[in-house]
Design a protein around this ligand. Structure first.
Ligand code: PNS
Length: 165
């Protein structure tokens, strides 16, 4: 399928989705006609996820109900192959800090070699979320830290249930 410049992918593991991810997804939804949230579903990648793919999808679905142009799917192939299947022209990601830049530059160049027709588009993290990552939220949840302003309520509740001591 030829890339369609109205379609973008927002990819990630989303284990779990945070307000930082949701900020990028909602900003992308204002820029493109259709945004497909692409949830990685490769159990052996980066070790086990805390939440199943179904749970991770459910969190994103519940948190994006107000956005009319979001679709949510899992993928277990190369990201660019999934983008090609969906006809997406853009892969939209958030950039927080210099550390993200190095990783994302590498990802962009790998992806570009495989699929030069697909552009990666980076949105700068909103300042209030520039420190936020899923692994940090899980660490806070493990030791009883305050996470209610970092993830949706249902995510916070399940994190506390699964990780709280
Ligand atoms: O940081 P995340 O959320 O785990 O990122 C996941 C993803 C897929 C966005 C990132 O790993 C990426 O850009 N990968 C490109 C290379 C690729 O296609 N890997 C296979 C993933 S199933």
């Amino acid at each position: 399928m030829a890339p369609d410049n109205r379609i973008a992918l927002c990819p990630g593991t989303f284990d779990p989705v945070t307000y930082g991810h949701l900020d990028v997804i909602s900003r992308a939804s204002a820029m493109f006609e259709t945004v497909i949230v692409a949830v990685v579903n490769v159990p052996w990648r980066k070790g086990q996820t805390l939440f199943t793919a179904e749970e991770r999808i459910g969190f994103v679905k519940n948190a994006t109900r107000a956005l009319p142009n979001i679709e949510i799917e899992t993928f277990s192939s190369l990201l660019v192959d999934f983008a090609r299947d969906k006809g997406a022209m853009a892969i939209v990601k958030g950039l927080r800090a210099i550390s993200d830049f190095e990783y994302e530059l590498e990802m962009d160049q790998l992806n570009r070699r495989q699929a030069p027709e697909i552009e990666s588009v980076y949105l700068m993290a909103s300042p209030k979320y520039s420190f936020l990552r899923s692994s940090g939220v899980k660490e806070l949840a493990t030791f009883g830290g305050e996470i209610s302003d970092l993830v949706p309520d249902e995510v916070a509740a399940l994190l506390k249930e699964r990780l709280g001591r």
